[in-house]
Design a protein around this ligand. Structure first.
Ligand code: DP6
Length: 335
């Protein structure tokens, strides 16, 4: 066993906490974190305990779509999701409480967590990114920890990798870092704003996925020889995305994001047992998008570990694309 294998979330976080962690007051105002969609995907971990990635990634946050979370003093631990109390033994509640334990300690005072997602369930978007980011911000405020932005990002990452990016709006890069303790594996916002950029959310299926992203990426790394090429693809795509953003080149941004997502899916398909998140309707939507492009409408797609599709386009193409996909929800990330 080498040094880095023995690091735990707790051992890393504890170094940045005061001697005693107690609530500053009875409650806080709810804090918000946006959901995000990666244009260059995070796929594969070099350390599963700390969620340290094999590659750097780059995302766009979804403005007002995300999670709002509040913590309050309580006589017992309680977790409320979208106004409904969740049983403490439920896996969602257990994850939330286990994350709070990293800060207050297992013997800490009981808390009530109120968390609300405004992501339309119809959009089929993951809420773990915005969920852990909002929870991290709520913990920081409730216990008056005054953590640095880089620490908030590193600790949110320990809840879920993609949560490291949900601390910010706009374009966000999560730098993989090199340190064993991961304190340089943090997200940073890019200053560039693209007011005309639009993200379309297309629901194909809202069924719970059979294999979540966490197990999907572990299976890919463990079984797909094709995965060997992924870090090279991701590094090249990240550079192309930076260039596209700096030069205001939407074609390059869209092409790169689409190829990156499909390359990630290629590694999933090459895993064993195979991972194919696409449904027939996903493939139909892909063809529809490619047909639109052949007709001169500039639109690109990206997909995560699920059947749903996200479309990338500029404001002037919105009407034509909405006509082809009437059920699509449209987000203006910089509005
Ligand atoms: C395909 O962040 O959900 O959406 O770190 O295990 O919680 P864990 O995984 P998670 O994986 C997201 C994978 C992805 C790509 C991305 O968002 O970059």
């Amino acid at each position: 066993m080498n040094m880095s294998d023995s690091l735990t979330k707790q051992s890393v976080i504890s170094q940045y906490l005061p001697e005693t962690v107690t609530p500053l007051g009875d409650t806080i105002e709810a804090v918000f974190a946006p959901s995000n969609i990666a244009l260059c995907k995070y796929w594969g971990k070099r350390n599963s305990e700390l969620n340290l990635p094999i590659n750097s990634s780059l995302s766009i946050s979804l403005a007002h779509l995300g999670t709002q979370t509040r913590l309050s003093v309580s006589n017992e631990d309680q977790v409320w999701l979208n106004g409904q109390r969740v049983a403490v033994e439920d896996s969602f509640a257990r994850k939330v409480i286990a994350f709070i334990d990293l800060f207050r300690g297992a013997q800490g005072l009981p808390v009530r967590v109120d968390t609300d997602n405004n992501i339309p369930t119809a959009a089929g978007l993951a809420s773990s990114a915005s969920g852990f980011a909002a929870l991290m911000l709520a913990i920081d405020r409730f216990y008056g920890l005054k953590l640095e932005p880089s620490q908030l990002s590193a600790f949110a990452r320990m809840g879920s990798g993609s949560a490291s990016r949900s601390l910010y709006h706009g374009f966000v890069e999560w730098q993989m870092g090199v340190r064993d303790d991961g304190m340089d594996s943090i997200a940073l916002p890019l200053v560039t704003r693209w007011n005309d950029l639009r993200v379309g959310l297309l629901k194909v299926s809202s069924d719970a996925k059979a294999v979540d992203s966490r197990s999907g990426m572990n299976r890919t790394v463990a079984t797909a020889h094709l995965y060997q090429s992924w870090p090279l693809q991701a590094a090249a795509d990240l550079a192309r995305l930076h260039q596209a953003i700096a030069e205001n080149n939407f074609t390059q941004l869209g092409e790169t994001a689409e190829q990156n997502a499909l390359s990630m899916h290629a590694t999933m398909i090459a895993s064993w047992p195979p991972l194919l998140y696409w449904q027939p309707d996903s493939v139909a939507a892909m063809h529809n998008i490619w047909q639109a492009r052949a007709e001169g409408i500039e639109v690109y797609l990206t997909m995560d570990a699920g059947p749903n599709i996200k479309l990338l386009f500029m404001a002037d193409a919105e009407a034509a694309i909405q006509q082809r996909f009437p059920d699509m929800d449209v987000i203006a990330p910089f509005a």
